[in-house]
Design a protein around this ligand. Sequence first.
Ligand code: F6R
Length: 263
Amino acid sequence: MHVIICSSPEEAADLVAREILDALSRKPDLVLGLATGSTPIRVYDRLLHAHQEDGADFSGVRTFNLDEYIGLPPAHPHGYRTFMHDHLFGGSNFTRENIHFPPTEGPDLVEKCTAFEAKIRDAGGIDIQILGIGSNGHIGFNEPTSSLASRTRITSLTEKTLRDNAPFFDAGEPQPSMAVTMGIGTILDARRILVQAFGLKKAEAVRQSVEGPVSSFFPGSALQLHANVTFHVDAEASSRLTMQAFYRRSQENVKELEAKNVL
Ligand code: F6R
């Protein structure tokens, strides 16, 4: 597990966006796993900028979003399709047919979840998965006690997640309590995972994910089972890590090797 303690969320977003754009320059039909929420917005801003100012071409990129609420019509202002349209797809040249969201409508929703997994496999698997992390440790909407082997499926949201996400809904507006999410097993199949977490609110989630025991009770800890994960955190989100000095020194060591052209 790599931990990069960044000077700010901006620096983290620069690093994540740079890695995506580098991968895109090597593979124009890159397969991206995408997250919603406040965490990835700065990365999406940078991808938009790269398209609008530097001509980055996303037309061949295939995308798979992590999750979507059940019960919201596709164009609902608080649905994740709308979020992705507003923050990334609308201002860039992603191709409509290459954009995939977990299914949320019946009939046969369970079969549709299986078909979503098949679509990921048919695309050759996810090259880079972007992740945020919930304050209760969820990744995607894999809430505590989600099986570490879980696949895309229907799930219920915990009270904690409902409270955390309530500010995104208008007062009195019904808030969905179910979703379809990629499973932890689905996420772990990605070849590269880029996690970001910012602020004190995420400090415990980062500590448990990076340094805690692997447990379905804290889904972020499942990332320890993946060989190619990097956590990009700010000082506040890193504040409960016990090995901060080691992570900083490891960062310096990598920079040194890069400067010597060893990497
Ligand atoms: C969003 C998602 C969630 C969020 C997490 C953090 O697609 O899967 O796991 O990444 O809830 O949300 P923010 O970034 O709003 O703190």
